[in-house]
Design a protein around this ligand. Structure first.
Ligand code: BGC
Length: 243
C-alpha cells in the first residue's frame, strides 16, 4: 500500500510589518510597527540633512532603513501638504519638494508599497480617540495641525501659515525659531493665547498638542487639552493602511 502523504503543516503567514517614517525639519525618525500598530523596534533618529533636498533626504532614509530589519510596507509623515503621494509644499525642508512624487520614488528605492501623509495628520491618528471634533497641533521646527471629526480626517489643514497676531503666522510665532528667540516663558504664554484662539475657531471637544517641543510646555493648559508624546508621529502611521 502506498503510504499516505501528509501535507506539510501550513505556517501561518508572517504578520505584516510596517516601517513608519517621520520626516521632520530637524530629525528623521523611524521604527517598525506590528500588524496592530505596536512598536517592534526602538525609535531611530538621525539629523535631517541640510540642504534638505529630496535626494539628500531619500539617501538618509535609505541608510536608516537598512538598520531597521525586515518590513513589508512603509508609512511616511511628511512636513508639508501631500496629495496622492506627491509633496506640494515643504516650508522647512527645501523648495525642490514642490510636485515631487515621493511615494513613487521611495517605493521604487525600497521595493515596498508606500503611503505618505502630512506629518501632523499622522501624529493625529496616533493620538485621537475618534470621538467628536478633535484638533491636533504639533510644535517642532514648524507648527503642524490636523482636524478630525469622529476619527475622519480633514486632510492637510495648514494653520501654520495663517495670521495669528499682527500679521504674523502661528508658525512664525510658535515655531522653533521663535521659541529660541523669545525664550520658554514668553513662548508658553503665546501658546496659551494661540490655544484660546483655536478653541474659539474650532469649538473642538479635545485638543492634542504633540511634536518635539511639546515637552517644553510648562504652563497649565485647559482641561480639554492633552499633551501627546512625539512617538505618536510614528505610531499613527499604521492608520494610513486602514481602507
Ligand atoms: C507645514 C505643515 C507641517 C508643519 C509641521 C508646517 O510648516 O506647512 O504642513 O505639518 O510644518 O511639520
Amino acid at each position: 500500500m502506498e503510504p499516505t502523504r501528509q501535507a506539510p503543516p501550513k505556517m501561518p503567514p508572517r504578520p505584516v510589518r510596517t516601517l513608519a517614517l517621520d520626516i521632520g525639519g530637524t530629525g528623521i525618525k523611524a521604527l517598525i510597527l506590528s500588524a496592530t500598530g505596536k512598536p517592534l523596534t526602538e525609535r531611530a533618529r538621525v539629523k535631517t540633512p541640510r540642504p534638505a533636498t529630496p535626494g539628500a533626504v531619500l539617501n538618509t532614509i535609505t541608510e536608516m532603513v537598512n538598520a531597521q530589519g525586515k518590513f513589508d510596507r512603509v508609512s511616511v509623515g511628511f512636513p508639508g501638504v501631500v496629495r496622492r503621494g506627491v509633496t506640494i509644499t515643504a516650508p522647512n525642508l527645501d523648495g525642490n519638494w514642490r510636485g515631487y512624487k515621493l511615494a513613487d520614488v521611495l517605493s521604487k528605492k525600497l521595493g515596498k508599497p508606500i503611503r505618505v501623509a502630512n506629518d501632523a495628520d499622522v501624529q493625529g491618528y496616533g493620538a485621537i480617540s475618534s470621538q467628536g471634533v478633535e484638533l491636533v497641533i504639533t510644535l517642532g521646527t514648524g507648527m503642524g495641525s490636523a482636524l478630525f471629526v469622529d476619527g475622519r480626517l480633514v486632510p492637510n489643514l495648514e494653520m501654520a501659515h495663517h495670521p495669528f497676531q499682527r500679521g504674523r503666522t502661528y508658525e512664525e510665532l510658535l515655531g522653533d525659531k521663535a521659541r529660541k528667540k523669545i525664550g520658554k516663558k514668553k513662548w508658553n504664554k503665546r501658546l496659551v493665547r494661540a490655544i484660546r484662539t483655536l478653541e474659539h475657531l474650532f469649538n473642538y471637544d479635545r485638543l492634542y498638542v504633540g511634536g518635539g517641543n511639546a515637552k517644553k510646555i510648562v504652563v497649565k493648559l485647559p482641561s480639554n487639552t492633552r499633551i501627546v508624546e512625539n512617538v505618536a508621529g510614528l505610531l499613527g502611521g499604521i492608520a494610513l493602511w486602514r481602507d
